[in-house]
Write a protein that binds this ligand. Structure first.
Ligand code: PBG
Length: 306
C-alpha cells in the first residue's frame, strides 16, 4: 500500500529491429536476447508480446549498405520493405500502437541523422527529407512518430506536413533531450548505422547540460509535440525529473541499447543479479518521472510479472 512507484507492462514501448527477407531471426551480438526479425517472424513476436500485455512497439529497420545513399531515399520510397512491414503490422494488429523513428541514419550512406555536405550537417535541407519520411510512415499506418534526428525545428515542420495531408491524429513523440552518448553503441551494431565520419555532437545534446533540456522542451511543446522523451535514461534521471517538473506533457524515457548491454554483460559473468538490476533500473526511471519507458527489457519484464 505504501509503495510509491509501480511498474506495469503497460508502461513499456518495446523497440524491435526489422530486416528484409523471410524466416530471418538474427541475434544482435552486443544485445543478448534481442533479435533482428524479418516481417513474418516479427508478426509472430508481436503476437506473443501482445498476449503478454505489451501494446506498443517501436520499429527500427536495418538496411544493407547498398541500399543507403546520401539522401536516405529508402526512408520514404513507397515500395521499401519497412513501410510495407509497418502496414502489415498495423493491418494484423490494429489495436497495437506502432511507433517509428524519424531520422536519416539507417538509410544514410554517411550514417548521420541529417544530410551531410562537406563534413557539415545541413539542418534545413534535412527537414525536407524528414517531412517526406514522416508522411510515408504515417501513410503506412504508424500511430506515433519519433523524430530522433535532433534537427532544429523538425517537430513543427513534421506537424505541418502531417496536418496538411490529413494525418492530424498521428502523434509526435519528440526526442526532446537526446544526448550525444556512448550508450547507443550496441544499437548502431544492430542497424549497422554508425557515422562514417565525425560524431553526432553538433546536433545531439552535450551531457554536461541540463538547463538546455528546458529550452528544447519549450520549443518541442510549442511546435506541437504530444510527448517529450529523454534519452538515454539511466545517466539522465535528473533530466527526466527536471522535465517532469516543468511540463504537463507526458514524459517518456529511452532505456537505450548500452544500458541493456551493460546489465546483460555483467549478469552473464555472474557479476550481478541481472533480474534485480533490471527491475531496479526500470523502477528508477519511472520514479524519476517517466510514465512511458522504451526498453529492450519490455518482454523480459512482462514474462517475469505476468
Ligand atoms: C537514430 C537513433 C539512435 C537510437 C534511436 N534512434 C542512435 C543514434 O542516435 O545514434 C539509439 C537507441 C539505442 O541505443 O537503444 N537516430
Amino acid at each position: 500500500m505504501v509503495e510509491e512507484t509501480r511498474l506495469s507492462t503497460k508502461d513499456f514501448i518495446f523497440p524491435l529491429f526489422l530486416i528484409d527477407g523471410i524466416n530471418q531471426q538474427v541475434e544482435v551480438n552486443s544485445m543478448p536476447g534481442i533479435y533482428r526479425y524479418s516481417l513474418d517472424l516479427m508478426l509472430q513476436e508481436v503476437e506473443t508480446c501482445m498476449e503478454l500485455g505489451i501494446r506498443s512497439f517501436d520499429i527500427f529497420p536495418a538496411y544493407p549498405d547498398n541500399k543507403k545513399d546520401r539522401f536516405a531515399t529508402e526512408s520514404h520510397r513507397p515500395e521499401t520493405f519497412y513501410l510495407k512491414a509497418i502496414h502489415s503490422l498495423k493491418q494484423r494488429f490494429p489495436e497495437a500502437v506502432i511507433m517509428t523513428d524519424v531520422a536519416m541514419d539507417p538509410y544514410s550512406s554517411d550514417g548521420h541523422d541529417g544530410l551531410v555536405q562537406d563534413g557539415k550537417i545541413l539542418n534545413d535541407e534535412t527537414l525536407e527529407i524528414l517531412g517526406k519520411m514522416a508522411l510515408a510512415q504515417a501513410q503506412a499506418g504508424a500511430d506515433i512518430l519519433g523524430p530522433s534526428d535532433m534537427m532544429d525545428g523538425r517537430v513543427g515542420y513534421i506537424r505541418e506536413v502531417l496536418d496538411a495531408s490529413g494525418y492530424t491524429d498521428v502523434s509526435i513523440m519528440s526526442y526532446t533531450a537526446k544526448y550525444a552518448s556512448a550508450f547507443y553503441g550496441p544499437f548502431r551494431d544492430a542497424l549497422d548505422s554508425a557515422p562514417k565520419s565525425g560524431d553526432k555532437k553538433t546536433y545531439q545534446m552535450d551531457p554536461a547540460n541540463a538547463r538546455e533540456a528546458l529550452i528544447e522542451a519549450e520549443l518541442d511543446s510549442s511546435e506541437g509535440a504530444d510527448f517529450l522523451m529523454v534519452k538515454p535514461a539511466l545517466a539522465y534521471l535528473d533530466i527526466i525529473h527536471l522535465l517532469r517538473e516543468h511540463t504537463a506533457l507526458p514524459i517518456a524515457a529511452y532505456n537505450v541499447s548500452g544500458e541493456y548491454a551493460m546489465i546483460k554483460a555483467a549478469a552473464e559473468r555472474g557479476w550481478l543479479d541481472g533480474e534485480r538490476a533490471m527491475l531496479e533500473s526500470l523502477l528508477s526511471i519511472k520514479r524519476a518521472g517517466a510514465q512511458i519507458i522504451l526498453s529492450y527489457f519490455a518482454k523480459e519484464f512482462a514474462l517475469l510479472t505476468r
